[in-house]
Design a protein around this ligand. Structure first.
Ligand SMILES: C[S@@+](CC[C@H](N)C(=O)[O-])C[C@H]1O[C@@H](n2cnc3c(N)ncnc32)[C@H](O)[C@@H]1O
Length: 348
């Protein structure tokens, strides 16, 4: 890898951050100039590909992930001054602020004063003119929110977990108690360090995978994981609060008030339901038929099976290689390992 630009530490379900060396061992040997990262998430794989000197198209269906893609992949020069970042967290004299979060999420995720801080900061961020600086601020705001959440998620109304005065085997009370402003500015600093130019133009889109242009020599797929027993994780549910931040005006009309954790309602993804995941994944592979290289991140116990995915890629006239990285609990009976399936078009 030609560059050593650090990627910010993120807290995101299924992030490939710790697996970059494994991916690099496989991907750096392939010959390609451009890549599309269809389920981009934190952007860590796109950033790796950018460091590798490739032209990168980042995509993710969530607007929160898209903002990170704009900030850290598409953006090649803009950074955010730290004093300016601090100013974003203070109410501007004379400006009237809405209180969507304070009135919708009282005692759900954050303390009342933290809800008010979020209401002010997000409205200041929305008013920023420069789209790259705005995306950097959004990215940092998301990181600050995740750092303050038990399990780094919004899937439950569980502020009480953070407040309970008990011995815990999980979580990070020290981080939870740090002021939002300090976490936000720290996240801006890390994001600023990740901004760089590799001499090529990159794009970030916010599309469903089945509508995303697969306009590159390498298609990288890291879809939501569905275990063989049908267990799934919904990104739309786990990160709904960040989605609300990206759509602040619409937020009150999109809250599902019947549920305790008041999720922001978004259209469900076919990749996040066990009943439609397989069909969606095969349809996506079919859409990638013309692309020279398909690289799929997967797990040994995923559904559909690796054998079925291999067969689908071979039927397109590809040579298929399966690289397995066993995880530390590989010897247990529920062995599960990270896999990279590489389908290279050499025939047909
Ligand atoms: C396993 S994560 C990707 C993690 C990413 N490679 C990383 O290292 O951060 C799967 C991602 O797919 C996104 N996603 C789910 N359904 C999608 C769809 N239909 N189209 C595009 N993205 C989708 C989720 O928002 C989530 O960010």
């Amino acid at each position: 890898m030609s560059r050593t630009v650090p990627f910010p530490t993120t807290r995101y379900q299924g992030s490939k951050q710790r697996l970059i060396p494994f991916l690099d061992g496989v991907i750096s040997r392939l010959s390609f100039r451009s890549a599309v990262d269809v389920f981009g998430g934190t952007g860590v794989v796109s950033h790796y590909l950018k460091r590798l000197g490739k032209q990168v198209h980042f995509n993710d269906a969530l607007r929160s992930s898209h903002a990170t893609g704009v900030a850290l992949i598409e953006n090649d020069a803009a950074t955010l001054d730290l004093e300016r970042a601090r100013e974003l967290t203070r109410a501007a004299p004379g400006r009237a602020y809405d209180d969507v979060i304070a009135r919708t999420y009282r005692d759900v995720y954050f303390l009342p004063e933290e809800d008010r801080w979020l209401d002010v900061t997000i409205q200041n961020v929305q008013s920023m003119d420069n789209r790259f600086e705005r995306a950097l601020a959004l990215h940092a705001l998301f990181q600050a929110c995740l750092m303050k959440r038990p399990f780094n998620l919004f899937h439950r109304k569980n502020l009480s977990v953070r407040l309970a005065d008990v011995q815990r085997s999980f979580g990070n009370k020290t981080t939870w108690e740090r002021p939002f402003e300090a976490l936000f500015v720290k996240a801006i600093e890390s994001a600023n360090r990740a901004v760089f130019d590799n001499g090529l133009r990159h794009t970030a889109t916010c599309l469903d995978a089945l509508a995303c242009p697969l306009d590159a020599e390498l298609v990288y797929l890291d879809p939501p994981y569905v275990r063989a027993d049908g267990a799934t994780f919904s990104y739309a549910d786990g990160y709904h609060f960040l989605e609300g931040l990206t759509r602040y005006e619409e937020w009150p009309d999109r809250v599902d008030a019947r549920r305790k954790h008041r999720p922001f309602k978004v259209d469900g993804s076919p990749f996040e339901r066990a009943s439609s995941h397989g069909e969606a994944l095969f349809a996506l592979l079919e859409r990638a038929r013309a692309c020279p290289l398909v690289v799929l991140s997967y797990r040994t116990d995923g559904a559909p099976s690796i054998a079925a995915l291999e067969a689908a890629l071979e039927a397109q006239g590809r040579d298929v290689a399966v690289h397995v990285k066993r995880s530390s609990y590989a010897l247990s009976t529920r062995a599960s390992g990270e896999v990279l399936v590489v389908g290279a078009r050499t025939r047909g």
